[in-house]
Design a protein around this ligand. Structure first.
Ligand code: SF4
Ligand code: SF4
Length: 234
């Protein structure tokens, strides 16, 4: 790395460490050559060299109140989860924009990606860039049988945002989250029957359309998130 590039990266790395989020991971695209992560990142920002992933914890007390389905006239405690999400989305998106701004000040291109998610290809219900895969590559955790990220500190209770940047940053290597092992809680309790045991070589098997339809029809569902025991003891 040339001296000027190294100084810019050090400045940016310091800036990232001071942002008001609960966890940060960095993946270097050079380590993910010819993977879907690199392909989708370069489609969004052809100059991208690093992906910065921000994570914040979903409140356990609020998540414990969430339940699928609404009864007319009865207070829906799941609404608290939406408020919690709005709060976390705001903080996470701000972090993504802050790092993009700091990159640009160093004359490096950057693309902030909001916590509400990347644009979705509705034919496959697939985001153009997967925050979960980026988080896994950045060592923030691993993807579980419910298809969500599991982190060592907060289990499945995290929301994410990302920023692609031209800066060459030192990649992070977090401690790995616990494995699903023989657990099937999310699969056996999904009210839409959208989760199944993964085939050999797969991490998870989800019918995204069944999940999405159920969530729309019931008003909300986060049962797989709520019931996942990973990280409960943390
Ligand atoms: S959000 Fe609800 S419907 Fe979707 S996979 Fe999780 S438990 Fe099933
Ligand atoms: S509920 Fe169990 S099987 Fe599902 S993601 Fe969590 S640990 Fe894995």
């Amino acid at each position: 790395m040339v001296a000027k590039e190294k100084t810019s990266s050090t400045n940016l790395q310091d800036f990232i460490s001071r942002l008001d989020v609960e966890a940060v991971g960095i993946a270097s695209l050079a380590d993910w050559k010819e993977t879907r992560l690199e392909e989708t990142a370069l489609k969004l920002l052809p100059q991208a060299r690093s992906v910065v992933v921000f994570a914040m914890e979903i409140s356990r007390e609020i998540l414990d109140l969430a339940s699928p389905g609404k009864v007319m006239g009865v207070a829906a405690l799941s609404d608290l989860l939406k408020e919690d999400a709005d709060f976390l989305y705001g903080r996470l998106t701000k972090a993504s924009y802050d790092i993009a701004k700091a990159s640009r000040k160093l004359r490096l291109r950057a693309l902030p990606l909001p916590a509400t998610g990347c644009p979705l290809d509705t034919r496959f219900l697939e985001a153009v860039f997967s925050y979960k895969q980026a988080a896994e590559a950045a060592g923030l955790g691993r993807i579980g049988r419910h298809s969500l990220l599991i982190t060592p500190a907060f289990g499945s209770r995290v929301r994410l945002s990302c920023c692609l940047t031209e800066a060459v940053l030192e990649p992070t290597q977090g401690s790995m989250a616990e494995e699903c092992g023989s657990c099937r809680i999310c699969i056996d309790n999904c009210p839409a029957g959208a989760l199944a045991g993964p085939q050999a070589g797969e991490t998870y098997a989800i019918n995204k359309f069944a999940c999405s339809c159920f969530r729309t029809a019931s008003g909300a569902c986060a049962e797989c998130l709520r019931l996942c025991p990973a990280g409960r003891s943390a």
